[in-house]
Every structure is written in C-alpha cells, then in structure tokens.
Design a protein around this ligand. Structure first.
Ligand code: SF4
Ligand code: SF4
Length: 328
C-alpha cells in the first residue's frame, strides 16, 4: 500500500507506480563483496551438475526413477523426511541470520538479487551509464536504439537459456541434456521446461527485478517481524545528516548550520528498489548496501567521516548500549 499526500487529501494507491528505475552503477567495499559472492554462487550453480562421481553424475534428482543421487548416497521417496529436516534447519538458520543481520540474504545472496545484478551489469555495458539509459529510453526509435535494445535482449535471453538448461541438468543427466540441446533433439517435456524456465528467468531478472522483492516475495513481507532494536539494518544517521543541503567542497557546514548530507541524491540513484533511505526504515529496502558505498564516496570527496549511511541498529542510532555500527 502506497500513501501519497496531495493537497491535504490522503490518496491511497493500492499499487506502487510503474515508473522505471534506472540504477546507477556503484563501486565500493560492499559491492565488491556482493559481486564476489555472486560469482561464487553462479560458478557453484553452473559447475555442480558437471561433477562426476563413480562414473555417474554426482548430484542428480532423477524424477523418472524416483531417486536423488548425492555422491555416494542415494535417497528414495521415503527418505524425503530427511530433506524436509534439512529445509527446516535451513529456514531456522535464515531466520536467525535475519534477526541478527537484517535482510542480508536479500541484498547479497538471494538468487533474484544475484541474477538481477548480472542482468543490470549487461544492460550497463550495452546501453551505457544511468544518464545514457534515461536519454536512450526518451529517444524515439532509431536504428542505434533498436540495435542496443536488440543486443541487450539477445544477451538476456542467452543468459536465461544457460540458466534454465543448468537448472534442468540437476534433473536430467547433463551429458544427455546438452547433447540433445545441441542436436535440437530434446523431448517435449524437456523442451517445455527449458522454454518455461528461460522465460521465467528473463522476465524476473530482466523485467520485473525489484518488483519481485517489493510486490511478490512473501519472505520480504514478514521479515520485519524478526527484527528487534539490535538488528543490523542499513540506516541513515539523521542526527548527523540534517539539515541537508548542497554546498561547495570548501564550505564549513557548521558555519551554515548544516549537517553532513550534501543532498547529492546518489543514495537514491543507486538504490535498486528506488527508495530514499533518508526517509527511514522501509520494507522495500533489501539491505544491499549500495547507498552506503555511494554515500561513503561522497563523504570522502567532502573530507567528512564515512558512515552517514551505515549498517547499524536502531539502538546504536539512539546511542543506547548496543552492537556497534560495522562502519564508523
Ligand atoms: S536503501 Fe540502500 S540498502 Fe536499501 S535497497 Fe536501497 S540501496 Fe539497497
Ligand atoms: S549519498 Fe549521502 S550525502 Fe548524498 S544525498 Fe545520500 S545521504 Fe546525503
């Protein structure tokens, strides 16, 4: 639910507006961690089906034979209670991490985030920087625009196809699957799932992106229930930042009665969900820390101390005895 105050009338919009979000590419400590984790996870996802053990695919969920092979162990349908237990342990671990570190799962390792990061990276390489993408979308259709859009969507579809075939290779022996794909000789069932997962990946990571996190993911909705005052969240230090205002590099903010926020808007431009963290804790925030890196860069440029936006807790911000901010 989105509330909008307009001329003293409270307008309630049931859905968020459909404005496109043009994410500015940002470098920084947290983005290095995110990229490294993304590469590691993608590498593991793609390479696991190729591992052979004892002359067979080491990890294979063979639905036709109703068996799940995991290296030397084979699980049968009656063993799936074990799988349920593993899922339960995984779920409770996730809840524990969420109450401790907030939505780090969402911001750093969720497949939706990892895939979107890769698709946005491709978009940036093909269509250019944030400002160039905004300008390109405003232009009427020209050959240059058509070419850029065509290349981007081709690459997105190719990535989706690779992703879909990798996923299916956990269910169909990898050598058989890729032989069939190369020879265009897949069964009807495999062809259906290949097209289905290709389109799902293309739609989710290419088009829907943050809407999956803000409007579709059920986990996003109930995570706040696991937060307490010591949960680490991405937050803006209002007492230090306000009163915000642009200024020159050499200006002394105290002389003008200003806080440290120079109102450069970078924290908003890098945000993949399009929010302004200066407005306080919002359910759309996935704790990706892009705004931290962006703000730190600005603070460095103005020779102010970093951490105006940081991973911190409500307690730390209100100067109570608590865990310290990760970045000072
Ligand atoms: S507010 Fe910051 S941490 Fe939250 S989603 Fe936006 S950029 Fe990421
Ligand atoms: S990046 Fe930092 S300085 Fe710039 S507007 Fe955001 S909070 Fe203010």
């Amino acid at each position: 639910m989105n509330f909008d105050l307009q001329e003293e009338n409270l307008i309630i919009k049931p859905y968020k507006s459909n404005e496109s979000i043009y994410v500015r590419e940002q470098k920084g400590v947290y983005q290095k961690i995110r990229r490294l984790l993304s590469w590691i996870l993608i590498f593991i996802f793609i390479s696991l089906p190729f591992i052979q053990y004892d002359g067979q695919q080491a990890i294979l969920l063979d639905i036709a034979k109703q068996q799940f092979r995991f290296f030397s162990v084979t699980f049968w349908p009656q063993d799936f209670i074990l799988l349920a237990s593993i899922f339960m342990v995984g779920a409770f671990s996730l809840f524990f991490v969420t109450s401790w570190l907030g939505r780090v799962w969402c911001g750093f390792v969720c497949p939706q985030t990892v895939w979107t990061l890769a698709y946005v990276w491709v978009e940036h390489r093909v269509e250019g920087t944030r400002n160039q993408r905004v300008a390109l979308d405003k232009q009427p259709m020209t050959f240059n625009k058509l070419q850029k859009k065509g290349i981007k969507h081709f690459l997105w579809l190719l990535m989706s196809l690779i992703s879909a075939s990798t996923f299916i290779s956990y269910f169909v022996p990898v050598t058989q699957l890729y032989n069939n794909i190369v020879q265009l000789d897949c069964s009807g069932t495999v062809t259906f799932w290949l097209c289905f997962f290709t389109l799902c990946t293309y739609g989710n990571a290419g088009w829907l992106r943050e809407k999956v996190c803000t409007d579709m993911c059920p986990y996003a909705r109930f995570q706040a229930a696991m937060f307490d005052k010591s949960t680490l969240l991405v937050a803006y230090d209002k007492s230090r930042g306000e009163k915000r205002s642009p200024r020159k590099l050499k200006d002394d903010p105290k002389a003008f009665g200003l806080g440290d926020c120079v109102d450069c808007n970078l924290c908003v431009e890098v945000c993949p969900t399009g929010i302004d963290i200066r407005n306080g804790l919002q359910y759309e925030c996935i704790n990706c820390a892009l705004c931290i890196d962006a703000c730190d860069e600005t603070m460095e440029r103005f020779n102010y101390s970093k951490g105006l936006i940081s991973f911190t807790s409500e307690q730390a911000l209100s100067n109570e005895k608590s865990k310290e901010s990760i970045i000072k």
